[in-house]
Design a protein around this ligand. Structure first.
Ligand SMILES: Nc1ncnc2c1ncn2[C@@H]1O[C@H](COP(=O)(O)OP(=O)(O)OP(=O)(O)O)[C@@H](O)[C@H]1O
Length: 256
């Protein structure tokens, strides 16, 4: 059982006043959607949960150990991060890039094992990338590059997944595939946290949501109770209509 515990944790958003503290637990088996308008701090929150940025105040613990005290190799094995922008430092192939996901699990001089290669092939297959495995990542489309980033994260096999806008650039079929992979991982016992702009993807797949408002305290809890027009209209400052489809809520913008 993996648990990321936030105790009165305040995200340090540059040039902003004090944000409301978050006291919550993110656990194995949960798929969290972080929702909120542009600039509210979703990416900054994910970077803070990854230990890349320090919180302004409060504590974050991974399985009862303060994040700041976890050794870097352990952090790299346990927490996987997918950033919004992918910086391609050098022209590696798709296969080589996904293989990098295995590196937190290898010793300094250790070569990748047959098992590592099998994990990489499985990740490539899941993201529909087998045919592209020998292509240079610098020559891929935005959506193909996004799928490589997700495959690399899958190959890493972290216990905690922090993914920033996982469906960015993806066509409808691959959006569904990406959300299915995140849901599968949470069902297999990982803790998954994804920032999302599509409230309908959140309603379909997320078990829990964290709603970050620019002008009122955040709300968090089970998706079924929080994803309502009462909570979402002030979140986006957008009137919404809601309907039921296949037993789920579907939100549509209304004209003002
Ligand atoms: N390096 C930086 N220096 C100064 N301000 C920054 C920096 N990075 C982010 N910010 C500011 O911090 C705030 C939160 O940014 P963040 O990227 O976390 O928002 P977000 O909710 O992920 O937005 P979006 O939905 O547009 O991706 C924004 O006002 C942004 O302008």
């Amino acid at each position: 059982m993996t648990q990321l515990v936030l105790d009165r944790m305040v995200v340090d958003i540059p040039q902003q006043g004090a944000m409301s503290p978050l006291t919550m637990s993110l656990s194995s088996g949960q798929l969290w959607g972080v929702l909120g308008p542009n600039g509210v701090g979703k990416t900054t929150l994910l970077h803070t949960l990854a230990g890349i940025l320090a919180p302004r105040s409060g504590r974050i613990e991974l399985d009862a150990t303060p994040l700041a005290k976890l050794a870097r190799p352990m952090l790299a094995q346990c927490i996987g991060v997918m950033f919004q922008d992918h910086q391609d430092g050098f022209p590696a192939t798709v296969y080589e890039t996904v293989l990098l996901g295995r590196h937190p699990h290898l010793g300094v001089w250790q070569k990748e094992s047959d098992q590592d290669h099998a994990i990489v092939l499985n990740a490539l297959k899941s993201l529909d990338l087998l045919a592209l495995q020998n292509r240079l990542i610098t020559e891929l489309s935005g959506g193909e590059r996004q799928r490589v980033a997700l495959a690399m994260l899958k190959a890493q096999q972290p216990k905690v997944w922090l993914v920033d806008e996982p469906t960015n650039h993806l066509d409808l079929n691959h959006q569904v595939r990406a959300m299915e992979i995140l849901a599968e991982q949470s069902l297999q016992g990982d803790c998954v946290v994804a920032s999302l702009h599509d409230v309908n993807l959140a309603a379909r797949w997320c078990t829990h949501v964290l709603l970050l408002y620019p002008d009122r305290p955040p709300l968090w809890g089970e998706s079924a109770s929080l994803l309502t027009t009462d909570h979402l209209e002030p979140l986006y400052r957008q009137p919404l209509a809601v309907t039921e489809l296949e037993g789920r809520s579907v939100f549509v913008p209304r004209s003002t």
